[in-house]
Design a protein around this ligand. Structure first.
Ligand code: FES
Ligand code: FE2
Length: 377
């Protein structure tokens, strides 16, 4: 497949216009599978998280221990039976109040704080004070959102009739050697960048800026060390080779952490970077994995959740200390968000007239082509 390629950097209005942003929520984020985070956050029955996406709020919950079959609510099944998961719009069926405020927690029911309508973990309405016998409680469950699991992540889709997540899984490169299913979180940071989500994706997808913006990173992985461009219907990315003597991304370029158990020889001297459309950035090192999930708030503002994942045996070993990886990527993140905010300011100007990509920005051409296709442009 030869992908469509954007001929030049995208026009400024595509990063700044609220109408374009609304269209993106409609055409991209509401139609595609969006990465919600790690299944580890939904580890026991009743564990839940909320996620915000362009004005929508969703609840994802574990309804039953993994492997048990979960029930369905009055609106049709939202549960992914294999994993005992369900997800719903965070919207009360009475008069629309937001049901849950917390980002994460554990509960037996979801009770709306307005008039105390109460919903079970499966979304069914189980309590509605003083509603008469004629009221059809069975038809008043929380409205389902699709949820499914892949590689230790859960994904959400607002598109009731969209393709299964297995279609995305089948398109992605084989990352099984990184044993993503079993990795556990060593740390997590949240950020808010004053930049459009596409500026963050584009920045992630090129290292043309690395020598200038990330001198520390460039000492570990030279900006000219990019490998082959890889892409599919649902992703773009590729490897970068580490500098001589380096074996991972830390300030020193080295770590004594053991390799992830199934990696190959070539992984010991490189890092794989993939953007899984639309909101997951995943960076795979020989000894740990970093993920960024992007949550567009408005055209010029994006929430970012960054997580550091490790082999569970490594994470429980005495003396385990993820701070070399965390500190390094936190520095890189901060440098990136700064330059992305700077770009957001510039593309908002009537003086911005984009010219051309540099050769090493091939990923951006592919991403830009994918984006223009999705938007019908
Ligand atoms: S809006 Fe939720 S109970 Fe009334
Ligand atoms: Fe960067």
């Amino acid at each position: 497949m030869t992908p469509r390629k954007a001929p030049r950097p995208l026009d400024g209005r595509l990063y700044t216009d609220p109408a374009v942003f609304s269209e993106e929520i409609e055409r991209i984020f509401s139609r595609m599978w969006v990465c919600g985070g790690r299944l580890e956050e939904l580890d026991e029955p009743g564990s839940f998280v909320t996620r915000e996406l362009g004005g929508e709020s969703m609840i994802a919950v574990r309804t039953a221990a993994a492997g048990n079959v979960a029930g369905s609510n009055g609106n049709g099944a939202a549960a992914d039976a294999g994993h005992g998961l369900a997800a719903f719009f965070n919207v009360c069926r009475h008069r629309g109040a937001r049901v849950v405020d917390h980002c994460a927690g554990r509960t037996k029911v979801f009770q709306c704080p307005y008039h105390a309508w109460t919903y079970g973990l499966d979304g069914r309405l189980v309590g509605a004070p003083h509603m008469g016998r004629d009221f059809d409680a069975a038809g008043a469950g929380l409205v389902p959102v699709r949820i499914a699991a892949m590689n230790g992540f859960f994904f959400l889709s607002l598109e009731a009739d969209g393709p299964p997540l297995s279609e995305v899984a089948a398109d992605l490169p084989d990352l099984s050697r990184f044993t993503l299913d079993r990795l556990v979180r060593g740390d997590r940071r949240e950020y808010e960048a004053q930049a459009n989500w596409k500026i963050l994706c584009e920045n992630y997808n090129e290292c043309y800026h690395c020598a200038v913006v990330h001198p520390e990173l460039n000492r570990v992985s030279d900006y000219r060390n990019g490998g082959n461009l890889e892409y599919g219907r649902y992703y773009v990315g590729g490897p970068m080779t580490l500098n001589d003597g380096c074996n991972t991304m830390t300030a020193t370029g080295r770590s004594d952490r053991p390799d992830l158990p199934a990696i190959e020889v070539a992984d010991r001297t490189s890092v794989q970077y993939y953007h899984v459309y639309p909101n997951l950035l995943i960076s795979l090192h020989r000894d740990y994995v970093v993920t960024h999930t992007l949550w567009p708030i408005e055209a010029g503002r994006t929430r970012i959740v960054c997580e550091w994942l490790f082999d569970p045996d490594t994470a429980v070993a005495p003396g385990f200390d993820p701070s070399d990886a965390v500190d390094f990527w936190h520095l890189v993140n901060s440098q990136d968000w700064d330059v992305c905010a700077r770009t957001q300011l510039g593309v908002a100007s009537r003086g911005y007239s984009p010219t051309a990509y540099e050769e090493s920005e091939a990923c951006l051409q592919v991403f830009g082509g994918w984006y223009l296709d999705q938007m019908g442009l």
